[in-house]
Design a protein around this ligand. Structure first.
Ligand code: TZP
Ligand code: MG
Length: 205
């Protein structure tokens, strides 16, 4: 599946609850989201596989890939298009070996040290952040700001998305830092009209 990082929706159970997970994702994709990550730190593997299957059904035919956060077993069981892992979520090479060469594999990166240590041949993209402090991730690293983001992008061996506190009005400045796209939770999931919220990001590119 083609990897288009332009607008990456990351789901959150609480924030998606207003419209429901599946309808939130469907609306966001109508609004132009190009990639979807199912992220739920609390769901059991079985619950997550079930949610992933429902999201796959709604994404079918759209060309928008479904990525699973953290849980390799869930990504494999649900037949998802890929996996996104953090620095403490296990080994990139092992994940690649299990997923195969066709799957999309992304890694979160917060520092230059982490950039220097990663193996770009095993990965498809990087998530760089947080750009700003955000209540959507409680244990996030020190925010990079636009300048920190630009420095990290300049050193990145792979295409990247920025994440963390991003709103539509940040789209131009974030892209100017050199990333391929923006990843967002609350600016789409938590909005009264997720379709319009997604569209607002793309009208400001
Ligand atoms: N990783 C770094 S910040 C973040 C994640 C998952 C949360 C982003 O959420 P929001 O609501 O777009 O700030
Ligand atoms: Mg993680």
């Amino acid at each position: 599946m083609r990897l288009d990082l332009s607008l990456y929706l990351v789901t959150d159970r609480g924030l998606c609850a207003a419209h429901g997970l599946v309808e939130t994702v469907a609306a966001a994709v109508r609004g132009g989201v190009t990639l979807v990550q199912l992220r739920d730190k609390h769901a059991s593997d079985d619950e997550l596989v079930d949610q992933a299957r429902r999201l796959k059904a709604v994404l079918y035919g759209t060309g928008v890939p479904l990525i699973i956060n953290d849980r390799l077993e869930v990504a494999l069981a649900a037949g998802a298009d890929g996996l996104h892992i953090g620095q403490d979520d296990g080994d990139v090479a092992e994940a690649r070996a299990a997923l195969g060469t066709e799957a999309i594999l992304g890694l979160s990166v917060q520092t230059h040290d982490q950039l220097a240590r990663l193996d770009p041949t095993a990965l498809d993209y990087l998530g760089l952040g947080p750009v700003f402090a955000t209540p959507s991730k409680h244990d996030h690293a020190t925010p990079l700001g636009f300048e920190g983001l630009a420095a990290l992008v300049a050193a990145s061996p792979l295409p990247s998305v920025a994440i963390g506190g991003l709103k539509a009005e940040h789209a131009a400045a974030v892209r100017a830092a050199g990333v391929e796209g923006l990843a967002v939770i609350s600016a789409i999931c938590g909005q009264p009209d997720p379709e319009a919220a997604a569209r607002a990001f793309l009208s400001r590119r």
